[in-house]
Structures are given as structure tokens and as C-alpha cells.
Ligand binder design. Sequence first.
Ligand SMILES: [Zn+2]
Length: 303
Amino acid sequence: MKKLIFAVIALSISLFGFDYHLKPKEIAKGVYMFTGVNEPVKSSNGGAIANSYWVKTPKHWVVVDSGPTYEYAKQAHKAIKKIANLPIKLVFNTHFHDDHWMANSYYKELKVPIYATKTQTNEYKPGGSSRVLKLLKKEDLANTKIVTVDNVVDKNFTIDVDGTKFSVIKLDNPAHAPEDFMVYLKERGVLFTGDLLMSERLTSIRHGSIEGSLAAIKLIEQINPKVYANGHGKFTDKTALKETKAYLEQLKSTALAAIKKEQELDDYVKSANFDAFKKYKLFDVAHKENLFAAFKEYEFFEE
Ligand SMILES: [Zn+2]
């Protein structure tokens, strides 16, 4: 009997796919956040590690970072319809990391235009693979696939949706990723930073640049939003800015000091003191690679 119950439970789980238990949290007037868990992508979290945002305008929804799977987007949409059943105007993908946008296939079905960077369109072609597609269970990936991007974001621009202005701020240089853009909703004081900021977990700079990331943080400080809608982590105050900045500055100062002392990479990796950051999630996964990247970036660096 027990075996039968387990079999029925297993079957029903596989039939309905992953249950994300999505609860929208209002972080500013008409701006809702679905918070990711601070873990690497794995089948037990359904890939839902990044934050996803929905903005309500008078007649539409706008989505910033669509999430990891078709099923995730479907469940997010169901939850958001309870707030207001409005059509979705467009979807932004802040950068090319697939935990932020593999759910695009759901929006494609609804004929919602997708805005993303050139890097994303170059690296991910329809029919191709991605980290999410490799790491999640087949049954949780139903209908999840790479779809074409409708609009490539290669410069700053503003979109007006029913009188609500979305200012797209495209960074000139690699920062968190080879290309990143932010979306600023000035009238509500909300800045969607993508992975330029995250909290309670380490960032990964393997695809970007520390200097570029620090320049982006300077820009964010100038914008000085009221609400920080970050790529990862639950905080929407200045927490993510402080944490990300402190870690990047420590990478820069330790790498520059090591190079000045003519340390070898191995010595640097062994001796650089990052005790203050060991409490952060993904330290074990991301830190060593970040040290390699820091050393490489500052080896031939001229201020
Ligand atoms: Zn990222």
C-alpha cells in the first residue's frame, strides 16, 4: 500500500510539474517581486534562483526577468492575474544568464515581445541548450525552450506603457555579464538592476568585469533609487548595493596587492582573506572562480 501511495504521489508530481509556490510581494506601488532562492540551479528548486518582477501600468503588465521555466511563468502569471487580469505588454531580460529568462517560451506563446541583449541572442539560439535545460528534470521542463528575442537592447531608450515610463539603461562595458541593462521606473523610484546587485549571496564575475561592475555601482549610486529590485536576494533596500560593492572592492584590492607583491595566482587564491564573505551563499561555488577572474583582470590593469 505504501508503495502504491508513493507511486501515485510520484506520478502526480510528474504530471503537474514543479510547484513553485509563487507569492507576489509588492515592493513599490504596483510593482511585484517573486523572490528566488539563493542556491545554484538544481532540480530541487526548479531553477527558481533569480528574482522576477511584474509592473502594473493602468492597462498592462510589464515583466522584468521572466524566470527559469515555462511552468514558472505560467504559475507566476496565474498568481498575478489574481491582482489584475491585464494583458502583458513586454518582457525584459536584463542579461544573458538563463536563470533569468528560460521562461521566455511561455511569453512567446502569448505573443508578448521580448527585449534582451545581443549577447543573449548570440549565445542562445532556438533549439540549443542551456544550463537550466541541462540541470532540471525533464518533466519540470515541459514547453521550456530557447525562443527568439524580438528586440535587441543596444542603447538607452524609454518605453511609455499607458503613461508609465520605463527607462532602459544599457551599460557601455561588461559588468556582471558581457552586456547588462537596467530598467528604471523613475516615477515609482524603482531600479531593476539585474545581477549588477544581489544580496546574501556572492556574485559571479566570470562572464563580466570587476571594474565594469564597480562603475555600474557608481551609476546606481548616482541614480539613487528608493527601491532596489535586484537580481538575487530578498532585500530591496541598500543591502545588496553594500554587500556587492564590498565584495567587489575586496576582490580588486586583494588582486592589486597580490600583483604588486608579484605573487603567483596559486598563492593569491590561497592567501587572499575573504573571511568576512564566507557567510554568504554560493561562496563555495563562486568565490574561487572570482579570484581567478580578479587576478586575470588586474594583471595588466592601469588605473
Ligand atoms: Zn547573472
